[in-house]
Design a protein around this ligand. Structure first.
Ligand SMILES: [Zn+2]
Length: 309
């Protein structure tokens, strides 16, 4: 980074679009602080590559030591009061490579593209973050395009398995997610929703051609209005920005479903097929071009500059 001030466990990281106010818990060894800074810088850059800008002007990040759980980042939570940001609980000794390869930070930072739509529509919030996390990692060469689609597909499989024996609509599973433990169904149904809408925007006759463009416009015009938002209001606003109805009709349809939403049509449009549980990406140049639109790189100038510590 170009400018870092360091006082005890407080770091301030400069970024072209956001000032990151980072607080690192004293239980994280001092030797690992530069690892934490580099990991978060990379994750912010990866998230900002959606359209080249991070959605907040100030981002608060708290990093504490996890005392249980699996993986390098066992738990994390979005901070919704001002300044918004993310609280992470990490393994104190996690290496940079372990942290960078974990999806959690990109998932949590992706939540910040939209305000929280409330527990009733938590599928909308979790769906967006779950949809973006692997595509953004692929866009930034952290994982391959093949791996991104494979992991999305495996997420969809988990969502499908979790939806198999329920009579609940997505809306009802979403409202009672913490009580029912219906996380897989809620997260991955939401991810399919955003995939389907993204493909519709790309292939249809809309003013804006991707979820990324809609989120960019939304953050310019409406994200920071002080009112609270429901999923329905977000979907309707996105439609106004996109110039036609796509988010809201798909929203109404998916919330009424008692089964997992269909993703085969979108996979087929993108040249993605499944053979023995493995994703196969078609070499057809039109289909490949469509896939690359979803993981298209933005120019370096639009991204973060400088180096951490
Ligand atoms: Zn989440």
């Amino acid at each position: 980074m170009s400018k870092i001030t360091h006082a005890q466990s407080y770091f301030e990281l400069a970024h072209p679009n956001t000032r990151i106010e980072l607080y690192i818990d004293e239980k994280i060894p001092k030797d690992n602080h530069s690892t934490v800074v580099q990991w978060l810088s990379q994750a912010i850059e990866t998230t900002a590559s959606l359209y080249g800008e991070f959605p907040l002007s100030i981002t608060q990040v708290n990093v504490s030591a996890a005392n249980r759980g699996d993986g390098p980042v066992p738990w994390a939570q979005v901070i919704r009061h001002h300044p918004e940001g993310v609280r992470f609980y990490i393994q104190p000794q996690a290496t940079l490579s372990e942290l960078n390869n974990d999806w959690t930070a990109v998932h949590e930072f992706s939540h910040l593209y939209i305000p929280f739509p409330g527990d009733n529509d938590i599928w909308f919030s979790e769906g967006l973050a779950s949809y973006l996390q692997y595509l953004l990692m692929a866009k930034n060469d952290i994982i391959s395009e093949q791996t991104a689609w494979q992991r999305l597909y495996e997420g969809f499989q988990r969502g499908q398995a979790a939806s198999a024996y329920t009579q609940q609509t997505l809306s009802s599973s979403s409202k009672r997610m913490h009580k029912l433990g219906s996380y897989m169904r809620v997260y991955w149904s939401g991810a399919v929703y955003f995939l389907n809408v993204d493909v519709k925007l790309m292939t249809g006759n809309y003013k804006l051609k991707s979820v990324a463009e809609v989120l960019q416009k939304f953050n310019q015009c409406c994200r920071h209005h002080p009112n609270s938002w429901t999923g329905e209001q977000l979907a309707k606003t996105f439609d106004q920005l996109a110039g036609d109805s796509v988010f809201y009709p798909t929203f109404k349809a998916v919330t009424k479903l008692t089964q997992f939403p269909d993703f085969n049509e979108s996979f087929s449009a993108l040249g993605i097929s499944i053979r023995n549980g493995k994703v196969v990406l078609s070499n057809d140049k039109h289909k490949r071009a469509k896939r690359l639109q979803l993981v298209r790189k933005v120019s370096k100038e639009q991204n973060m500059t400088g180096k951490a510590l």
